[in-house]
Design a protein around this ligand. Structure first.
Ligand SMILES: [Zn+2]
Length: 364
């Protein structure tokens, strides 16, 4: 049963040509669709970075500025792992092996976010129904902010382009302490129904919570006072939450991205656009030429390509992007990107400011 009663329009020539062109590239590029060696090497570097940061923070920090440096480093390394290892594995683009993908997806659980819930929230709802208010949970920050024109405006949203940056720091804390349990207990994410984990998946859910709790709370508590652990746990998660949230926002909640309310029409609502064209309309690339960002973000700066080809390793995205851009141009679809990270952040700020105004006084 689909999670929400929404359908897209039927396939178009755009999607057929895009698929054919990208298939031709993948057939001729000489590298596998999933690039295991490059991913293992990258995973190793990220995991060593995280292990060194964790060891420094938990076992060797003696003064506050050492702990701060290791805490920020730990947060950045954990974010890098999230962008590259479990995110790709969840999409099945890390390895050809379903078992390896499931094992690698478990890194989300080690970060305190259930990979089971992530699959439904990200792979099904966000990727399937991008920027559709009420369904795509990534544009839902509750009453705290208004990210889409269709969302209700409250007076305090007037200042959201300033305060939301701080609230983004709550992202992983909310996953760890509220969302995962609520989603599993209620069998719902927003308006969508999800199947509750059973058997092996339920065991993994519990194991993940225990492993995360041991790593980030129990072991530090054996060695340090409660307040010290609490402070650095919060600092690490605040940095991690801001980084993860801002990376997402730069791709979907900027001025160029569309927000598409599904047209009413029971029992099945049909989005006017075809699915691939919808992905292009609701997604924006950023900092495409920057190799460092491309490496660290696991290709999430090529978000259009990621949404169109989530099961293709992100190693290919820089080569696929010109093809996508050309086919979009040929079919009259607007392909949006920000040249730099800074430009994307500035656009997100301006979008938040626009959404902070009550709907009636937004200039036409
Ligand atoms: Zn994704």
């Amino acid at each position: 049963m689909p999670p929400v009663p929404i359908r897209f329009n039927v396939r178009t020539d755009f999607r057929k040509e895009l698929q054919a062109r990208v298939n031709a590239y993948l057939d001729g590029c000489g590298r596998p669709v999933r690039a295991p060696f490059a991913m293992y090497r990258k995973s190793f570097i990220l995991l060593v970075w995280m292990a060194a940061s964790y060891t420094g923070l938990v076992f060797f920090s003696t003064v506050w500025w050492e702990a701060l440096a290791f805490s920020v480093s730990l947060a950045l390394s954990v974010a890098g792992i999230g962008f590259n290892i479990p995110h790709d594995a969840g999409h099945g683009s890390y390895s050809r092996s379903a078992v390896i993908n499931r094992v690698m997806a478990f890194f989300f659980d080690l970060m305190g976010a259930s990979s089971y819930v992530w699959h439904h929230k990200h792979n099904v709802l966000h990727h399937g129904f991008t920027n559709i208010p009420g369904v795509d949970d990534d544009i839902n920050v509750g009453v705290f902010g208004r990210l889409a024109p269709q969302q209700k405006h409250y007076a305090f949203h007037r200042a959201q382009h300033y305060y939301l940056w701080v609230l983004y720091g709550m992202t992983t804390l909310k996953w760890q302490w509220v969302d995962d349990y609520m989603n599993v207990a209620t069998g719902r994410i927003g308006q969508a129904e999800i199947e509750r984990p059973k058997g092996f998946e339920l065991a993994l859910f519990i194991l993940g919570k225990l492993a995360w709790g041991s790593l980030f709370l129990a072991i530090p508590l054996v060695l340090h006072p409660v307040l010290t652990v609490l402070i650095w746990y919060l600092v690490t998660n605040l940095v991690l939450g801001v980084v993860i949230a801002v990376v997402f926002q730069m791709a979907h909640t900027v001025e160029e991205a569309d927000f598409v309310p599904p047209p009413p029409g029971a029992p099945v609502e049909r989005v006017a656009n075809e699915w691939a064209a919808h992905q292009v309309a609701t997604t924006v690339d950023f900092a495409r030429g920057n190799r460092l960002w491309t490496w660290y973000l696991g290709g999430l700066n090529y978000q259009i390509e990621h949404h169109l080809f989530p099961s293709v390793s992100h190693i290919h995205y820089p080569d696929i992007a010109p093809i996508v851009q050309e086919v979009c141009g040929k079919h009259g679809l607007e392909y949006n990107f920000h040249p730099t990270l800074r430009a994307a952040i500035a656009s997100h700020f301006r979008w938040l400011r626009e959404m902070s105004r009550p709907p009636a006084i937004i200039p036409a």
